[in-house]
Design a binder for this molecule. Structure first.
Ligand SMILES: *Cc1c(COP(=O)(O)O)cnc(C)c1O
Length: 397
């Protein structure tokens, strides 16, 4: 998945262009910048790639999810439904705006289970945050329908799925707001960065202002701009945008390599009858950033995960035992270990985590192995990897 593997002249030239000109900030300095607007250029490029009307760059994927919630007016008194399998940023963002994260089970897509979402809806539910994990997607038709019926917003975290699509629409463009990360390990990277995408002009304007202290960005005198509402600083720098601009233009190249490498591994693993690939909903096309499969039970998956490491096959994750991506290891959330006092409302809202039953999620994550697809493998490395993976997994069943 990581675009950093193929850094080259395109990235260097873009960064040098910014340094040679000398303006590292995306706003202001109009006289000095000699027509250099890397952030704006990257936003336009992303609009084309993601087929959405508006794109707001932000400083990270975590910022993107936080800004999306704020832009949609979600906060204190609201509940946001999110999956048990995601990245910690999901609940961090929801809690940042003062809303309560309501964690629910995933299904064999490794995304939100629509039935679990339905069961978790209350009069306080304001949004469903679907997270398109590991290059693929949840059952988007069912989730979209459910959100529409209940008048609830759909926020799509596509940080791990740029380049994937559903019924020919890019992942990230399917909800009311979509979120992307360009951190160092994502398919396209600019070091640290992210984007909020939407077709809703109000959400876009809110995002534009909120990410820059509430500045209205009217006129050419930054000091004279007014603040229609409170904001924060989630800006991206021109240096970061420059790297992103080079990378986004290379997305088709990265996706083609991912698809090829994924297909070689998948074809090899298809010989193992006990191994089942993750379900991709009808109409869905993965980004091929990861290859995901299920083994018969938790013990097999644990054994395979250890054996793969011992055989030198890196980048295969068993998320059941992982601290970053699965509820099982989020003690800091369950015990609400906050540096500062958290609101009574949030404390009460999170109490359910002490007794929640996520055995359905355990059933999928316990058996899942998720393999990162790299861009730089040579033909020989890829073929050897495929052969070794088949041997190791057969030996673990
Ligand atoms: C990476 C990631 C994020 C956060 O992105 P950062 O840029 O690292 O803050 C959020 N959600 C998912 C699913 C991610 O994979």
């Amino acid at each position: 998945m990581p675009g950093f593997e193929l850094f080259g002249n395109a990235e260097r030239n873009q960064v040098n262009d910014v340094l040679n000109n000398g303006v590292l900030m995306r706003y202001g300095f109009d006289g000095m910048r000699n027509g250099h607007w890397k952030s704006k250029e990257l936003e336009i490029e992303l609009q084309k790639t993601l087929k959405t009307s508006f794109v707001q760059l932000v400083s990270s994927g975590t910022a993107a999810v936080s800004v999306a919630l704020a832009a949609a007016g979600i906060g204190s008194g609201d509940e946001v439904i999110m999956p048990t399998f995601t990245f910690v940023a999901s609940f961090e963002a929801i809690m940042m705006v003062g809303a309560v994260p309501v964690l629910v089970d995933i299904d064999d897509t490794l995304g939100l289970d629509p039935l679990a979402v339905k069961a978790a809806m209350t009069s306080k539910t304001k949004a469903v945050m679907v997270v398109q994990m590991c290059g693929s997607m949840a059952n988007m038709d069912a989730l979209n329908k459910l959100c529409k019926e209940n008048n609830v917003l759909l926020i799509e975290d596509a940080c791990q799925a740029i380049g994937g699509s559903y019924n020919n629409k890019p992942l990230g463009s399917l909800g009311d707001l979509g979120c992307f990360s360009f951190d160092f390990v994502k398919t396209i990277t600019c070091g640290e960065g992210g984007a909020v995408v939407t077709n809703n002009k109000d959400y876009y304007i809110n995002s534009d202002h909120y990410t820059d202290h509430g500045h209205d960005h009217i006129g050419t005198d930054r000091g004279a701009e007014s603040h229609p509402f409170l904001g924060y600083n989630f800006r991206m720098s021109e240096l970061h945008a420059a790297v992103g601009l080079a990378q986004v233009k290379r997305l088709p190249e990265f996706l083609a390599i991912q698809k090829h490498n994924y297909t070689v591994l998948r074809t090899a693993l298809s010989q193992i009858p006990e191994l089942k690939f993750r379900t991709v909903p009808n109409g869905g096309e993965e980004s091929y950033a990861f290859l995901n499969f299920f083994l018969p039970d938790l013990e097999c998956a644990r054994k395979a995960s250890i054996a793969l490491k011992e055989a030198g096959i890196d980048g295969c994750f068993h998320y059941y035992d992982n601290n970053w991506h699965y509820i099982r290891k989020w003690e800091h959330l369950k015990e609400m270990k906050s540096l500062y006092p958290i609101s009574k409302e949030l404390k009460e809202g999170l109490a359910y985590l002490q007794r929640a039953d996520f055995s359905q999620s355990d059933h999928y994550i316990g058996r899942n192995i998720s393999c990162l697809i790299k861009l730089c493998w040579t033909v020989d490395e890829l073929n050897l990897r495929a052969k070794k993976m088949v041997e190791v997994i057969k030996g673990s069943i």
